[in-house]
Design a protein around this ligand. Sequence first.
Ligand SMILES: [Fe+2]
Length: 293
Amino acid sequence: MSVNVKDFGIENMPEAVLEEYGAKTKDPRTREIMLSLITHLHSFVKDVKPTEEEWFKAITFLTAVGHKCDDVRQEFILLSDTLGVSSLVDSINHDRSGVGTENTVLGPFYVPGSPEMEMGSSIVQKATEEGETAVANGTVYDNNGNPLAGAVLDVWQSSSEGFYHMQDENMPDFNLCGRFTTGEDGKYIFVTEKPAAYPIPTDGPVGDMLNACGRHPMRPGHLHFIITAPGYDRLVTHIFTNGDEYLDSDTVFATKSSLVGEYKETNDEALASELNIESPFLKVDFDFTLMPS
Ligand SMILES: [Fe+2]
């Protein structure tokens, strides 16, 4: 039996590859994604015309990204973040149409299981030397402007030294993390440290990439939130620290002007005593609006 040998080469790429995947991929969404991926990837390769050494370097880089991942380090999320793709995927999926609080990236340092806390608690288990006491305070609203009861705020941030709890073995687990549930008034309040700018980890292939491209690894200071309530779209967002020098050059392209919170020095003795902190202290007032799912 004779078989006609197919000719594959630059003349019929990507058409020949698209034809094969287009004909054989049954699931419509998988087909759509694969055909687009092949089209763009071939276009990229034809544009760049990599040498074989360069192509192998790309494969070695992606292999190193995978090898750097473990239970607490997610180098692929860092790669997606630093190429602006996480922020783009986030924007595509969470258009709040100017009503709801804007989403931003989850980042690679979220760990589920933060301790549940009473309103007014401190999420600081171990204070850092430079840390300035700050109170985060506000109300969670629904899209009609009514306070939302039963909203869960999952909060986490890095220390003033720039590390999340899982990155620093001297820090207790879930230091600077907590979960708070709103009551009928929709209000939240907790004590923390003013978040400082920090570098994303640069001891892996993503750090090498940033270095090769002359980019700094810094993120402006921010408090992370995931806010959920039954019947509402999950809000993944930050409160960025006003005045931070990296607000105009976030290394993961995730800043939004609507998410900047102002940390103001406050002389509220009554509140300080209620929260068991010294006055004056910093306070950031920031409200959130959830959209129905
Ligand atoms: Fe972060």
